[in-house]
Design a protein around this ligand. Structure first.
Ligand code: KG4
Ligand code: ZN
Length: 371
């Protein structure tokens, strides 16, 4: 810990996509937290960047005011301010970032920029103090699908990522094709409850021909082909006329969800095997999916551990941003007012997997426990 860090509550601000959110965190605990989702995008079937930026601008003052009130903290009592600097929609990011800059400057508080996906990695530790490295993490959101190994906070090895669509994006696009609402993930999950997977036969991408870790695609994902396969089934049902597609939607949704979950679980198990670490952490909006959590928990058995955030902390929120900021400020890291938004801000400390030796694999059976 940085001896110069005075301690005290940290304000976090998040505006990378379509949630305007603020939170106050103190010593890893949430004192106040407000998340305002924008439902104006529903009728467009996806987030409209210009609408998102304007909505953030309208809402941000109220969201922060309400958060500070809930936390019982005066602006002057804050020890620092953290804000998402990327990745995300640039117009949306700029609203939160410029707001946070102005606020930090006026109050003479240190400002720290936070990478949004690293914040998803921290989200679990707001609820489970044990959710700290080492672990294998699966981050699944609307824009990213990342499988990584964390040996310490800030020290990550990228195992796999999507080669095309992110998993949440595939849920959203398939939902749209099936005439369901946005966001698509919860809609597909709801309909799949009444459906029968197996009536349709969809592919399990990147599993069958990628059997060994020497294959560069061993840990990678691809959801574009699965999305197209689902759309082709839908088109075939439509071409038969009548209510064929409408009646088949629950079965098709169930099979699609099953195919996604089969793939995600298989890749996580590969990562668990090759890192010899059965502490698995889920993050991002798709972590809300009940089947994914259930199947991962079952696959890890009694010996493994799954950390999955509550629904509120799985999707975009500022508490995870405030927590990363507190961590950084404790370490003496400050961004300063030159901080800019970067729509493709890289994941800090994330190294590519050059060789399996990189994983620092322990002898089989050695425990994977936090120090
Ligand atoms: O992390 P997030 O809130 O925003 C991004 O950073 O992208 O993730 C949003 C994504 C959307 O694609 C949404 O469809 C998906 O998470 N999602 C789900 C579920 N709830 C949200 N996907 C599958 N099942 C769910 N229950
Ligand atoms: Zn996110």
């Amino acid at each position: 810990m940085n001896p110069a860090w005075p301690g005290g509550p940290v304000l976090g601000v998040e505006s990378s996509c379509d949630e305007t959110s603020a939170a106050v965190v103190l010593d890893g605990r949430i004192l106040g937290h407000v998340i305002l989702s924008q439902d104006a995008h529903e009728r467009f079937g996806g987030v409209v960047p210009e609408i998102a930026a304007r909505a953030h601008l309208r809402q941000i003052d109220t969201v922060v005011e309400e958060t500070l009130r809930e936390a019982g903290v005066e602006p002057g009592e804050l020890a620092g301010v953290g804000v998402t600097a990327g990745p995300g929609l640039v117009g949306a990011l700029l609203v939160g970032l410029n707001w946070a800059k102005g606020f930090a400057w006026a109050l003479e508080k240190p400002l720290v920029g936070v990478q949004h996906m690293e914040a998803h990695l921290f989200a679990n530790s707001l609820e489970s103090p044990d959710a700290r490295p080492p672990f294998v993490a699966l981050l699944v959101s609307g824009g990213h699908t990342l499988l990584l190994h964390a040996s310490a906070w800030g020290s990550y090895t990228l195992l796999g990522q999507t080669r095309d669509d992110a998993v949440g994006e595939a849920f959203d696009k398939v939902a749209r094709r099936l005439g369901l609402g946005y966001p698509g993930g919860p809609e597909i999950e709801r309909l799949a409850r009444d459906g029968e997977p197996g009536r349709f036969n969809l592919p399990r991408p990147m599993l069958s021909s990628h059997h060994t870790p020497a294959d560069p695609a061993y840990f990678d994902f691809s959801f574009s082909g699965l999305k197209t396969a689902t759309a082709l089934v839908a088109a075939e049902l439509e071409s038969e006329g009548g209510t064929g597609l409408a009646q088949a939607v629950p079965d098709l949704a169930a099979e699609f969800q099953q195919a996604v979950v089969d793939t995600l679980v298989a890749k996580v198990l590969r990562a668990v095997e090759w890192t010899n670490c059965d502490r698995v952490l889920l993050g991002g909006g798709v972590a809300r999916n009940g089947l994914l959590r259930e199947r991962l928990r079952a696959a890890l058995g009694d010996t493994g551990t799954l950390y999955s955030p509550s629904p509120r902390l799985a999707t975009d929120n500022a508490a995870m941003v405030a927590l990363v900021a507190e961590h950084r400020l404790q370490a003496g890291e400050v961004s300063g007012l030159g901080l800019n938004a970067d729509p493709s801000l890289p994941f800090p400390g994330l190294k590519p997997l050059d060789s399996l030796a990189d994983l620092g694999m322990k002898p089989r059976g050695a425990p994977c426990i936090p120090s």
